[in-house]
Write a protein that binds this ligand. Sequence first.
Ligand SMILES: Cc1cc2nc3c(=O)[nH]c(=O)nc-3n(C[C@H](O)[C@H](O)[C@H](O)COP(=O)(O)O)c2cc1C
Length: 258
Amino acid sequence: MCCSTISSISLEEVAAASAGPLWFQLYVYRDREVTRDLVSRAEAAGFRALVLTVDTPHLGRRERDARNRFALPPDIIISNLEPYARAQATRWDGPATFTDYIHKQLDSSLTWESVAWLRSMTRLPLVIKGILTAEDAALARDHGAAGVIVSNHGGRQLDGAIASIDALPDIVDGLSGLMPVLMDGGIRRGTDVLKALALGASAVLIGRPYLWGLAADGETGVRRVLDLLRAELELAMGLAGCPSLAAIPPGLVKRRVL
Ligand SMILES: Cc1cc2nc3c(=O)[nH]c(=O)nc-3n(C[C@H](O)[C@H](O)[C@H](O)COP(=O)(O)O)c2cc1C
């Protein structure tokens, strides 16, 4: 599981409640000491990898959130950042305050040197999330990344950005197996997992599906989502004649040229 920096539950609590392998998703903050401390805490809590999200130098314009007057209950806070709370900076009453908070904290001047800086301070493998081109995947590798996550943030950042499944093949080709290429965005069915694997993904991640499970039936709902995806993938593999993940042929997906 990959736990977000802006989780409402602290990374230490998540680690204490989890038996499985954990990765910690990190944003680089203007205050580099906050970033440094978050990395140390993730290491101390037993997280096995850091996932640096690079597609959020600014928060995207989420018109649906505005239209729906989306607001979080005031008692939901960014627990991980509480220790660094500058007065009420980590608390917010609604989307306006939350957006302001994120705008203030995210470092929009992030460069590849920032990645090298992060690499130099941790022994954990660093995975770069939010890669959509082969050039950036190569740069990630040159700057010490252990892997990349092909992602457009679930389409929540830049309207019109390429779909991650469309960006995936070039990135896989460009890296020629030199490091793992994971992807997320739009994985809703086991057949979507199969397609991503056939197009060269080492693994996929999900964002909204587990949240829907959580909303429908709490922990049981999340389990159900994962069980469904696994069962659908296994059935799809069986029907496509693939007895193992390694046996999924690249030619399984035919790309229609328009
Ligand atoms: C409610 C919500 C919160 C998210 N928060 C983060 C986050 O804190 N950090 C991050 O890197 N990505 C975040 N994402 C993006 C997801 O990590 C992921 O890239 C995306 O949801 C995948 O697409 P999917 O929802 O279609 O599976 C968030 C997505 C959603 C829906």
